[in-house]
Each structure stands twice: as structure tokens, then as C-alpha cells.
Design a protein around this ligand. Structure first.
Ligand SMILES: [Fe+2]
Length: 414
């Protein structure tokens, strides 16, 4: 490890929290009202209530806020809450318009341009294609969910399909148990990971219609007995910061100094492969779409090579942020490239799996009107669960390709 990186590592890993955040009680389980302790909190009446145990670092309710009409002071508090708790929820936002949602999402990155995935290339083969419907008058906002909708925001007679693990996993839960037991569908970062589209900073999710009542049990089915009881149709989150903190010292050195290369047209590339049962990456069977059978690679620079570790812009903490399904190669500090795909996947899975253990997962219990914002540079997330055909679920999702690439650990040393 280089000397400058050692200093960054020492500085950021041992003293990860700015004193003002600790002073504000961000890590207690008690609600708090930010006080006039710094410029950032002046005049704000926002209340931030952590949802989970403080060491999870995931989840807070934000109250006394109107996300469509926020002062700069309020927005600063909201942004600090987001980057501290990584997943935040504002209740009762059913009246938020798609335009409001897009503008709120853009406030985190005013120079951001298009929807985070841009225009899907080769939609017929991409694994992303079936899951999204674009709102015609607000193309940064997508509708996702389950069931038939005669009309919604200019979309007519649409059928939404909640992604089901049987379409994506190598092994499946038998049909007879399908309503009781389920899987994590696909742990991921919201990102195109190709071309000029940088991973979005923030994703917003609005629960428009939520079928309620049932609970399901997530089976990891990965040789462990791990299971997790979750609400129907939860979105599950894990912390990239916890993922980094859980690494051995050797793995941390490796992660801080290595980069990952993603496949060209990554979501087409994996369209002929199947996932591990824990949703954390693909099974290696040599079934990926061959590079010469992908859509053309117009520019070699379109292939994204990103740091493994991304820095939180508020707390300075490091998150292990790797999209496990579409990673293809690992670039080491000395210039060596690991291009044995099975080996790459094993290395990444070994680093990520401890942090999706049941005790580290936050499974959001959706209620209609919930507006959830998450730090897409600091968490992995996945849809979960299987709906019956008559269970209608409608969500709106928005993210924007970031105006700059993720902050890596080496860049932060300058
Ligand atoms: Fe997502």
C-alpha cells in the first residue's frame, strides 16, 4: 500500500465521523432535532429518527419536511441525514408529483443529466428491460411494481411485473412454497456501468400502491441456514460501509488498491447466465453472451473501470461498492489484471457475503406514501418477494446518472 493511501486509510477508518455528526446524535436511537450548532442546521425544524440500531447505519425517518418545497437549510439537513443513515424515509408523500420527485432527486446533483440507465440498448435481451415503464411526461421517473393498471400518469393498460427469482436464479423455490418463501432477487447498485453514465448518487422510491398483510421468509440457500423474515415486497438494503468494515485487513488493503472492470453492455452480457441463490452475483458456467455477440462497443472508454471502494462525501467513511452480477475483471495496484471470471466472482463474493447476513439487512416495511431516498454510492439493495397475480403494487423510481464518477479512496488523498 502506498504511503499516501496508508494515511487516508488511517485517517478515514479510525476517525470516520466528523464531530458535528456525533454531536447531533445521528448515531443514537433517539429522535433528534438538529440544533443551531453549525451553519448546516440553522433554522431547520426537521426531525430525524433513526429506525434501526445505531451500528447498522441504515434507515431513518425524516419528519417536519415538505420534500417538494424545501429551503436550502432543510435540504442540507436532508442531505446530511441521507449520507449518515444511507436510507431515509419521509412518510405520507402520496401527493408528490413525478415532477416533484425528479426535481428532488436532482437537488442532490444539479448537474446530473439523464435517467441513470439512459436509453436501454438491446432492450429485448437486457435483464433490466421487463422491470420498468417510463412516465411519458417525466422520463427520469420509472414505474415499477406488479399487476395490471388501466391508467397511471399517461401510461395506459400497463401490466407491471415484479421481478421473480425464478427468471433469474439458477435454482428456484418450488411453486407450492412460492408465496411463503422467497429469495433476494439481485443485490445491486443502480447504475448503467457502461458508457458515459456515472452511477447515480441517490435513488428515490415512492410507494404509490402497496398490497399489505403477508410476510415471507427469505431463504439464502447458499449452504448456510440463514433465513430472514420480511414484509411482502420489501426492498432490502445492506451497508457498503459495514461491508468494508467487515473485511479482513488483507482484504481492506486489496479493496483500497484495486479496481473492478465491468462488462461491456453489462445487462445484456449476463442475460444468458443465472444468479447464485443469495442474489449476490452470477454462477460461473461460461454462459455469458460472447463479447462479439454483444451490441457494438463504439469506444473502448465506454467500458467502466471503477474503484472498489467509494468514499462518503459527508462522513468520509469507505463503502465496498461492487455490482456483483456484472463485474468482469479486477485490476490490481501493480497493473496485473485478474481476468479469470470464476475467480473474480469468488473474490467479490467472499468480500460481500458476510455483510448480507440477516443481522445486517434492513428490509423496509413499505406503506403507501412512503418516499424513500437511498445513498446509491453507499448501499447495495434488492427487490424481494413474490406477489400473487391479483396483488397490485405501484412504485415510482427516479435516479440520474451522476455528474462525476464515484469518489475513490486514492482520489481522496490529494
Ligand atoms: Fe435498484
Amino acid at each position: 500500500m502506498t504511503e499516501s493511501l496508508q494515511n487516508v486509510y488511517k485517517d478515514r477508518c479510525l476517525h470516520v465521523l466528523p464531530p458535528f455528526l456525533e454531536a447531533q446524535g445521528y448515531f443514537s436511537s433517539q429522535p433528534y432535532k438538529p440544533e443551531k450548532r453549525s451553519e448546516a442546521f440553522t433554522m431547520s425544524s426537521i426531525i430525524v429518527q433513526p429506525i434501526n440500531a445505531s451500528d447498522l447505519g441504515l434507515g431513518a425517518l425524516v419528519q417536519n419536511i415538505d420534500p417538494a418545497h424545501m429551503s436550502e437549510e432543510d435540504f442540507t439537513v436532508l442531505r446530511n441525514a441521507l449520507y449518515t443513515h444511507n436510507v431515509i424515509c419521509v412518510k405520507s408523500q402520496g401527493k408528490l408529483t413525478p415532477k416533484d420527485q425528479a426535481e428532488l432527486t436532482r437537488r442532490f446533483d444539479p448537474a446530473a443529466l439523464s435517467y441513470g440507465h439512459g436509453k436501454t440498448i438491446d432492450a429485448k435481451r437486457s435483464v433490466l428491460h421487463p422491470d420498468l415503464k417510463t412516465i411519458p411526461h417525466q422520463p427520469e421517473v420509472q414505474v415499477i411494481g406488479n399487476g395490471f393498471l388501466p391508467e397511471y400518469e399517461g401510461l395506459k393498460n400497463i401490466t407491471l411485473r415484479h421481478p421473480h427469482h425464478r427468471t433469474f436464479h439458477k435454482t428456484v423455490i418450488p411453486d407450492a412454497q412460492d408465496l411463503d418463501y422467497t429469495r433476494f432477487y439481485r443485490w445491486h447498485i443502480d447504475a448503467a456501468l457502461y458508457g458515459e453514465l456515472n452511477p447515480p448518487l441517490v435513488t428515490s422510491l415512492l410507494a404509490v400502491k402497496v398490497p399489505g398483510g403477508r410476510r415471507q421468509t427469505v431463504l439464502y440457500d447458499d449452504g448456510t441456514d440463514d433465513v430472514l423474515d420480511v414484509p411482502l415486497g420489501t426492498t432490502a438494503f445492506v451497508s457498503g460501509y459495514k461491508m468494508f468494515d467487515n473485511l479482513t485487513l488483507k482484504q481492506k488493503d486489496f479493496a483500497l488498491t484495486s479496481k473492478v472492470e465491468y462488462a461491456p453492455h453489462p445487462y445484456v452480457w449476463i442475460s444468458t447466465t443465472k444468479s447464485r441463490p443469495d442474489g449476490l452475483g452470477m454462477v460461473s458456467e461460461g454462459k455469458e453472451v460472447r463479447i462479439n455477440e454483444l451490441p457494438p462497443i463504439e469506444n473502448e472508454n465506454d467500458i467502466q473501470i471503477l474503484p472498489m471502494v467509494w468514499k462518503n462525501p459527508v462522513t468520509g467513511r469507505f463503502a465496498l461498492q461492487i455490482h456483483p452480477s456484472v463485474v468482469r475483471k479486477i485490476h490490481l495496484e501493480d497493473g496485473t489484471v485478474i481476468d479469470d471470471l470464476a475467480k473474480v466472482r469468488e473474490i467479490v463474493h467472499d468480500m460481500q457475503r458476510p455483510a448480507i447476513a440477516p443481522k445486517y439487512v434492513y428490509a423496509h416495511d413499505w406503506e403507501e406514501g412512503d418516499l424513500v431516498l437511498f445513498n446509491n454510492h453507499g448501499v447495495l439493495h434488492t427487490v424481494v418477494g413474490a406477489f400473487a397475480e391479483n396483488e397490485v403494487r405501484v412504485f415510482r423510481q427516479c435516479n440520474l446518472a451522476a455528474s462525476s464518477p464515484p469518489l475513490g479512496p486514492i482520489a481522496s488523498s490529494s
